[in-house]
Design a protein around this ligand. Structure first.
Ligand SMILES: Cc1cc2nc3c(=O)[nH]c(=O)nc-3n(C[C@H](O)[C@H](O)[C@H](O)COP(=O)(O)O)c2cc1C
Length: 393
């Protein structure tokens, strides 16, 4: 779940520090890279060895232990995606709400611009202290997510509010802040990727330069947004969602038709061949000193056929790669194909398109309205395409 995320855990001198060990284990179980920064007082409650063993990273304590000429509190802010301070003591709450930076944890807080979660834990009287109430209010108004403590039996042998919130609640909050919202939950999306191969004989084929990167990026992004993804690809790829490998256009057409029947949407990102060889040779063609002629016939037009059979509740998205007159050609194409959206990209620009890791796309809808998605990594462009078409804009 968190395989591409680094989570910075802050621990202060509060009795529930031992519970943070469970949080670290939970995050590790979900593949997060966990880094830890502690106040010196935190080490009265939990040991360096325990934290290093659980996180599999060296822990950060000293502000002036500078590696690679970069102050540690700045390095920690750059390297992580979210900062969770759990437990946070009354003392540290008060310091950070006033901008005090007297140790590595408080300095890191002050320099941190990404999402922050704090989970206080303290004796009930401390929790009810007007200074603490006011300091927490300040932090809340500055956009810090505060996970309030639970009520119950406290370590100081009293009953009341002050126990560190359940670790699973802290985990769920991190998930909410880090992962995109599940706008495609309960939706089945069929996505094609790659370039089809039309066989000439058993060893040769007519292909194209499509790398499949855009289709894969769309499938990965749709999966992150909660979709039930079926990727129909022209090459093998190992993914946590269903992958069907096809080779030629006819093959892909049959798989798409089959999967699209009960899907909510189809995104045709594969580069399919318009033509196939009429008479494929069963045996490898041999040179015999003369020319050979390949007769080509049209392949099924998958985008056109699926747009024709789609119901009003299904969305069909096509892709087109043009080397000239991008928008005019794209507008003509969407009308001809009858799909709901067409994503057009300019393959004459070598920095984007086919094998590149970047793309720039124009999304055209049936009313010929155009939205541009600026040049960026294909993974980011993919997420933006899905958000524009299926939900948030
Ligand atoms: C046994 C013991 C348990 C403590 N538990 C807490 C606690 O749960 N919450 C809290 O805010 N302070 C607690 N304190 C007080 C803090 O450790 C103390 O305020 C310390 O200065 C916090 O330092 P730090 O915020 O730099 O980590 C405890 C102190 C002791 C001796």
């Amino acid at each position: 779940m968190f395989s591409d995320k680094t989570i910075l855990i802050g621990i202060t001198g509060a009795i529930a520090a031992y519970k943070t060990c469970e949080l670290i284990r939970l995050l590790k179980k979900h593949n997060a890279n966990v880094k830890i920064v502690v106040t010196p007082n935190a080490l009265n409650f939990v040991t360096k060895t325990t934290l290093e063993t659980l996180s599999q990273n060296p822990i950060n304590i000293e502000q002036f232990d500078i590696k690679n000429f970069k102050p540690e509190h700045i390095a920690l802010t750059d390297e992580s995606d979210i900062f969770i301070i759990a437990p946070i003591s009354a003392n540290t709450i008060s310091k950070i709400s006033h901008g005090i930076c007297d140790n590595l944890l408080t300095s890191t807080f002050c320099a941190y611009k990404k999402p922050i979660i704090i989970a206080p834990c303290m004796n009930t009287n401390m929790w009810e202290n007007p200074a603490i109430i006011q300091n927490l209010e300040v932090l809340k108004n500055r956009g810090i997510k505060i996970i309030e403590p639970d009520s119950g039996f406290l370590a100081c042998d009293t009953q009341g509010k002050g126990r560190l919130a359940d670790i699973n609640i802290i985990f769920e909050s991190a998930k909410e802040l880090l992962l995109p919202s599940q706008i495609l939950k309960n939706k089945k999306l069929v996505i094609t990727a790659g370039g089809t191969k039309e066989n000439i004989d058993p060893v040769r084929y007519i292909g194209n330069y499509s790398s499949g990167k855009m289709g894969i990026a769309l499938a990965d992004s749709a999966y992150k947004l909660g979709a039930d993804v079926v990727l129909i690809s022209t090459f093998e790829v190992s993914k946590p969602y269903k992958v069907i490998v096809t080779s030629d256009t006819e093959n892909m057409y049959n798989s798409v038709k089959n999967e699209f029947k009960n899907a909510n949407s189809l995104i045709m990102a594969a580069a399919v061949s318009d033509f196939k060889v009429k008479y494929k040779s069963e045996q490898k063609l041999k040179k015999n000193g003369s020319t050979i002629t390949l007769e080509l016939i049209e392949n099924p037009d998958i985008l056109f056929e699926m747009s024709k059979i789609k119901t009003n509740n299904q969305i069909v998205v096509g892709f087109c790669a043009e080397s000239q007159n991008l928008l005019e050609n794209a507008k003509t194409k969407i009308l001809k194909k009858g799909c709901d959206y067409l994503c057009a990209n300019d393959i004459s620009n070598k920095e984007i398109g086919f094998s590149s890791d970047e793309n720039e796309v124009y999304i055209i809808n049936k009313n010929l309205e155009i939205q541009k998605i600026n040049k960026d990594k294909k993974t980011i462009v993919a997420m933006k395409i899905l958000e524009r078409i299926y939900g948030r804009s």
